[in-house]
Design a protein around this ligand. Sequence first.
Ligand code: NAG
Ligand code: NAG
Ligand code: NAG
Ligand code: NAG
Ligand code: NAG
Ligand code: NAG
Ligand code: NAG
Ligand code: NAG
Ligand code: NAG
Length: 559
Amino acid sequence: MRSLYRIAAGLTAAALIVSGVHAIQRVSRAGRYLYTADGNRFYIKGVAYQQQGAVVADTSNPFLEPSTYIDSLANGTDCQRDLPYLQQLGVNTIRAYSVDSSLNHDTCMQLFSNAGIYAIIDLSLPVNGSINRDSPAWTTNLLDLYLETVNTFSKYDNVLAYNVGNEVVTAANETGAATFVKAAARDVKAYLNSIQSSALVGYAAIDGDASWIVPLANYLSCDPSGSNSGATAIDLYGLNNYEWCGDSTFEASYAGTEGNFAGYNVPAYFSEFGCITAGTPRPWTEVGAIFSSEMSPEWSGGIAFSYFPASSVQGQFGMVNISSDGSTVTTGQDFDNLQAQYAQASPPNSPSESSAGSTSYPSCPQQNSTFVASTTLPPTPNLSACTCLENNLGCQFTPTTSNYTSILGSLLDYACSLLGQSGGSCNDISANGTSGTYGLVSECDPTVMLSYVMSEYYGATSNNPQSCSFGGNGTVNSNAKSAPTSAASSCLATATGTFVPTLPSGVASTTPTGAGSSSGSGSGKSSGSAPIAAFDARVFFGVGVLVVTSMVSGFMTLA
Ligand SMILES: *[C@@H]1O[C@H](CO)[C@@H](O)[C@H](O)[C@H]1NC(C)=O
Ligand SMILES: *[C@@H]1O[C@H](CO)[C@@H](O)[C@H](O)[C@H]1NC(C)=O
Ligand SMILES: *[C@@H]1O[C@H](CO)[C@@H](O)[C@H](O)[C@H]1NC(C)=O
Ligand SMILES: *[C@@H]1O[C@H](CO)[C@@H](O)[C@H](O)[C@H]1NC(C)=O
Ligand SMILES: *[C@@H]1O[C@H](CO)[C@@H](O)[C@H](O)[C@H]1NC(C)=O
Ligand SMILES: *[C@@H]1O[C@H](CO)[C@@H](O)[C@H](O)[C@H]1NC(C)=O
Ligand SMILES: *[C@@H]1O[C@H](CO)[C@@H](O)[C@H](O)[C@H]1NC(C)=O
Ligand SMILES: *[C@@H]1O[C@H](CO)[C@@H](O)[C@H](O)[C@H]1NC(C)=O
Ligand SMILES: *[C@@H]1O[C@H](CO)[C@@H](O)[C@H](O)[C@H]1NC(C)=O
């Protein structure tokens, strides 16, 4: 059934091409700007396109991040319904925050491509599909999730960029998590190069105090090796900016931000804008400023938030309502105002592509009290090494429910506390982006980390079978021949560097096209390895450091 549907979708696409629709132009990066293939400067005139998933409002979820998601690019009927409205708005880009790589996106992506609309695809997912700001790591499960999504979307010609994170870092004391975001950018970029995809690699940052958001931006696009290589640099920086509320002026709202990012080395845009605190409907007069010659030297447009209704602590965003049967779209004044503003936007078509130059990758910001990320990045997560470890552990996490995410954090805390009481530590599974030290097992899926800690505790009790029970969540593995630490060093000691990642086996690859292009970037060098420094000796356990269940950065939040 699946393959038949593929063929049918392919025929539809072919029919559309035959009927005279022109292929969407490729967008390339030159210097710090974007250009379409015909040499014109490209500005993102966009709208967020994501139906909101379930939001559980409680104090542990201050940003009202959703716990489930709806893949808005997987329902062709809905995209067909919305396309005329996107065209009325005059957008050339949509941003999708959460997509499911197992679904078919052919109809939506083809419809949008034919209409000249690019897509910015966020690779992270709510709950356990993002780099967790409370316990950040770059692990095999996230790498595989990201690569599977890239693989699913690489056959479309209108993917402008893939975001490796949205608002992972939300405060100065979380900037250590940037090492993991940068490692994600490095590995996704290497994968895109390996499949000859020209899509850009992006990150969408929360706004905040310049003392940390500016070094964070510079860090994500810097070269730690000091050799002007873009191998670990994002191609496209997004700032979720809500500084302009109601009717304002460039001077009052954006002049500071403009100054902060003057001279930034890669293309930048507002990955969200559209403040509601001055009331709705919004006048959207910031469009005039964003697309003006005051801001065009730095910014390449933005994404208005949001097409669909979206609730936040500040109130309701959204410029349309959808009828409960999904058949009808109702627009309001907010929609009309944005349409009018986008219709008037005429940013300068300069500088020319030939004078935009190549991108340079400066050295990274120094660590200080408001920016703490190390330039020593975690390794590329190595699935075969982690599988080798899992197979050689004496006590394995064998969840009795497929929905194990909700118990993983508490089991990790519990196992670490037991291990600590018996004289061990959880250092091998901990990653610290501030010190740049990464325990051997910290690149593995959290389930493997848990099996590892359970096995260490099991070993510390002389393999007492009772100590592998964990309330029925653990099973003794009689095939294990060595202690967990020996298994970790034999499986993972050679897995501490960087390499070009590949799709997990069993996932069929697709032929890439991709609308974005990072050619002319002067990059392509490998970043070298990220050797493990002497490991932080701090023993931590039972302090909630690894609460994997906490909400993560899968959807929009506000500064
Ligand atoms: C950052 O500081 C806030 C309070 O200022 C605190 O609640 C939070 O836990 C800190 N985060 C980290 C990662 O230390
Ligand atoms: C830390 O360095 C950044 C520049 O990388 C600077 O903007 C920030 O103000 C510095 N923080 C402090 C506390 O000096
Ligand atoms: C697509 O969405 C519509 C409502 O907008 C719904 O009726 C339909 O069942 C959905 N299709 C699929 C395949 O989920
Ligand atoms: C959507 O529905 C909400 C709730 O009824 C209403 O407040 C809002 O104005 C509506 N928006 C549009 C664009 O119709
Ligand atoms: C991944 O780890 C395995 C097992 O330790 C090792 O043999 C392999 O070389 C590593 N792969 C890469 C690409 O480094
Ligand atoms: C998230 O957890 C679920 C089980 O609760 C698991 O099936 C899924 O693979 C996990 N996703 C990632 C990216 O680890
Ligand atoms: C997974 O478990 C959590 C907590 O028990 C629950 O809130 C959530 O709805 C479950 N998810 C699924 C898909 O069953
Ligand atoms: C990470 O390393 C820094 C610097 O060495 C240290 O101050 C911090 O306590 C460490 N964090 C954890 C969770 O161990
Ligand atoms: C597994 O661990 C969870 C969390 O600690 C616990 O609630 C549950 O009872 C344990 N046992 C089983 C069989 O799930």
